[in-house]
Design a protein around this ligand. Structure first.
Ligand code: ZN
Length: 412
């Protein structure tokens, strides 16, 4: 008997190996569409944390292979920093620091004006106040001793972008918080199909940025509430800029400082707009679909792994979950199940949920899954729920609720 089981196991392993072999060998099938270069190495933020995150986000789209060009440390000799921009479809700027050598600045200007793509990420718009072409590329920036001589403030008012020529501080933000992002240009490839308003996870809301703002399109703004340290205006948070033939996507979002978790860059809204913005900068088009769990106007949504978690990963977290725990796997489960239900594929995963609720998990996790089953479950769930009603006191009440709702016995 034992031998028979071992033989069967080997047979299964061999079959599985054979069936995956061809796809492993055809590596060319995994070739990415675009090459991206992240420039980093100095920043008033934790670039050692943010750069690997940006790399992961771009790679997770399946569209990019990503290299990193790291400058010397602050104050060290920069003369040999000469990345070959021409090898890339898009350059992602995660850098605030010492000036690059003139040769490198010229090469970057030629790369962009010749049709290269650029992503300006968060504090990169603090860099290089005195580099004229750079400021034309970022459109608007802040800090770095900028003032009214650097250009007007840019805000959204009365349905359009306005330029405000007045003196005042340049670049600041109130306390970090979750805030709504409002799409202002919904026909642009980057924003097409996104919810008009979505709740961005806790981040800095940059305000009072200014600059030349030539060939600049405001894609999205956030309202900087005066009660929360804001200007009372609609501040640009996502923009595009044309520089020669080059395409630039500028996001002010994504504060990363210290040790994680970093809600600003785990936000599905940040991740998806970065991926779409990078694809547009590289190619002028966007082919990526918008995920079902994109944040809503009143609900944030986060991907701690910078991609959607699969059901096994979510259930693993829920198994350990206790009320008051920092992470909220419930929200991930709700998002995933809603997506499966809308796609008509909930039946395929119901068995996994039923195994979970009769397995060894926390009562809080099981209660949550029962609650979700009450919404989406089929009659297949009834025997398992009935067992919980009689055998597991900590889960019995929610199991009964789900049972009655699925069987149609429930009324309120
Ligand atoms: Zn920041």
């Amino acid at each position: 008997m034992k031998n028979k089981i071992i033989y069967l196991f080997i047979l299964i392993a061999l079959t599985a190996g054979l069936s995956t072999l061809p796809s492993c060998q055809s590596g060319s099938g995994n070739k990415t569409a675009y090459h991206a270069l992240i420039v980093t190495g100095q920043n008033n933020h934790s670039w050692q944390e943010s750069t690997p995150i940006l790399k992961q986000i771009l790679e997770n789209s399946g569209l990019f292979s990503v290299d990193v060009a790291q400058t010397p440390k602050t104050g060290e000799n920069m003369s040999q920093f000469k990345p070959d921009f021409s090898q890339y479809d898009v350059v992602v700027l995660d850098y605030v620091g010492d000036p690059w050598p003139e040769e490198t600045r010229t090469a970057f200007e030629q790369y962009v004006s010749g049709g290269g793509g650029v992503v300006v990420y968060h504090a990169a718009d603090n860099a290089f106040r005195n580099w004229v072409a750079y400021n034309q590329m970022i459109g608007i920036g802040g800090w770095g001793n900028r003032n009214e001589s650097d250009g007007p403030y840019i805000r959204w008012k009365d349905g359009k972008t306005v330029r405000i020529n007045e003196p005042g501080p340049t670049g600041n933000h109130g306390p970090q918080r979750a805030f709504q992002v409002t799409i202002r240009e919904s026909e642009h490839p980057i924003t097409k199909g996104l919810p008009k308003i979505w709740l961005h996870a806790k981040d800095e809301l940059y305000q009072q940025l200014r600059g030349p703002a030539e060939n600049l399109t405001v894609l999205a703004t956030a309202y900087a509430d005066t009660a929360k340290g804001g200007t009372g205006g609609n501040e640009p948070v996502l923009m595009t800029i044309r520089y020669g033939k080059g395409r630039i996507f500028h996001t002010t979002l994504g504060h990363v400082m210290g040790k994680g978790p970093f809600p600003a860059v785990e936000c599905v809204g940040f991740i998806v707009t970065l991926q779409r913005g990078a694809e547009w900068a590289a190619s002028g088009k966007v082919t990526q679909e918008i995920p079902d769990d994109f944040p809503q106007f009143n609900v944030t949504s986060r991907w701690p792994l910078f991609r959607p978690m699969n059901l096994d990963e979510i259930l693993d977290q829920l198994r350990e979950y206790k009320p008051g725990d920092n992470r909220m796997p419930e929200q991930d489960l709700t998002n995933l199940l809603r997506g499966q239900y809308n796609a008509g594929t909930f039946d395929e995963i119901e068995d996994q949920l039923l195994k979970f609720i009769i397995g060894n998990g926390s009562a809080a996790g099981k209660n949550y899954v029962c609650r979700e089953l009450s919404l989406y479950g089929s009659e297949n769930a009834l025997p398992v729920l009935h067992k919980l009603m009689t055998k597991e006191p900590d889960v019995a009440e929610m199991a009964r609720f789900a049972y009655e709702r699925i069987s149609g016995e429930y009324s309120n």
